[in-house]
Design a protein around this ligand. Structure first.
Ligand code: CP
Length: 313
């Protein structure tokens, strides 16, 4: 029984979830009655293209009514600290906000990125956990400070669809970026791969190891070429340093993904991606790129999760 979906560990059996997502993809309107007269509230504290549209699409496929708010731009500033004298920028406390939104919505979906300056605050998942604490309806993470579980599920589905081997080799590779980016997508990808029957390694420069509590005993290479040997899938993502929290230590192009580097391996990225910074345009434009299929699968991952939540509401 699933109430909330906020972490990859909410997936009890990755293989059965992948199979059910594929069934949904083959027949997306099969459960159109399930969400009838139910409302999904989508709250965005940060920008989005795929998550915003695919999660709405998933809700519509289930017969739900999605309502969307750009919280950071359009709502009153929300206070998350308890006991604060609210004489500053924030005008409404999460206790009231979450309780009120719960009266309008049967499920609340939240996107809230990390600060990347306050590690303790980010790891406390204060936005997501405050909604879980003060809302009276199920909570769906649309990417939080430390995880992007809808993306992780999507990636599992996409690898399964494209795998020609019983146990493919998957590499998660760091790639350069001009800005400090969160660890959420990489974290959830690592946690997803650890649940699957695959050979999984990570490639990142020194200083860029992800949280060791998440990578656990996954092999980490500081040499991209060595990691890419015999790879079937190269999943690329930039993230800022975890150790030197939120810092960009390296922007030079020597870790950019190129056709030469990945050879015949399939290329994956959660998008959005900066062409010729993170990855050579030729890779994105090649037949080996799965990024568009991956983005399509966001709908079916979200639909599976919403279906499971609705079956439990
Ligand atoms: N991959 C992903 O979450 O895309 P958006 O940021 O556009 O939602």
């Amino acid at each position: 029984m699933m109430k909330n979906y906020t972490h990859i560990n909410d997936i009890d059996n990755i293989n059965s979830w992948i199979e059910e997502a594929k069934e949904i993809k083959a027949n997306p309107l099969k459960n159109i009655e399930l969400g009838k007269n139910k409302t999904l509230g989508l709250l965005f504290f940060n920008s989005s293209l795929r998550t915003r549209l695919s999660t709405q699409k998933a809700a519509i496929n289930l017969g739900m009514n999605p309502i969307v708010m750009n919280v950071s731009d359009d709502a009153w500033g929300i206070e998350f600290e308890d006991g604060t004298v609210m004489n500053g920028k924030t005008a409404e406390h999460i206790k009231e906000a979450a309780a009120v939104i719960s009266q309008y919505c049967d499920v609340i979906a939240v996107r809230a990125f990390p600060t990347l300056t306050d590690k303790e605050k980010d790891e406390s998942e204060h936005v997501l956990n405050s909604f879980m604490k003060f809302a009276s309806v199920p909570i769906l993470s649309m990417e939080s400070a430390t995880g992007h579980p809808l993306q992780g599920l999507t990636d599992a589905i996409t690898i399964s669809e494209n795998s020609t081997k019983k146990k493919p080799k998957i590499v998660l590779s760091w790639a350069p970026h001009i800005k400090a980016l969160p660890h959420a997508v990489a974290n959830s990808f690592v946690q997803t791969m650890q649940k699957m029957d695959v050979e999984f390694v990570i490639a990142n420069p020194e200083g860029y190891n992800l949280n060791p509590a998440i990578t656990k005993d996954t092999l980490i290479y500081n040499n991209q070429e060595a990691a890419f040997k015999d790879a079937d899938f190269v999943y690329t993502k930039n993230w800022s340093s975890y150790k030197d929290y939120g810092k960009v230590l390296k922007t030079d192009v020597d870790w950019m993904i190129t056709k030469d580097k990945i050879g015949l391996a399939k290329f994956m990225h959660c998008l959005p991606v900066r062409r010729n910074v993170v990855v050579e345009a030729a890779v994105l434009d090649s037949e080996n790129s799965l990024v568009i299929q991956q983005a399509n699968n966001r709908t079916f991952a979200a639909q599976l999760v919403l279906k499971r939540i609705l079956e439990n509401v």
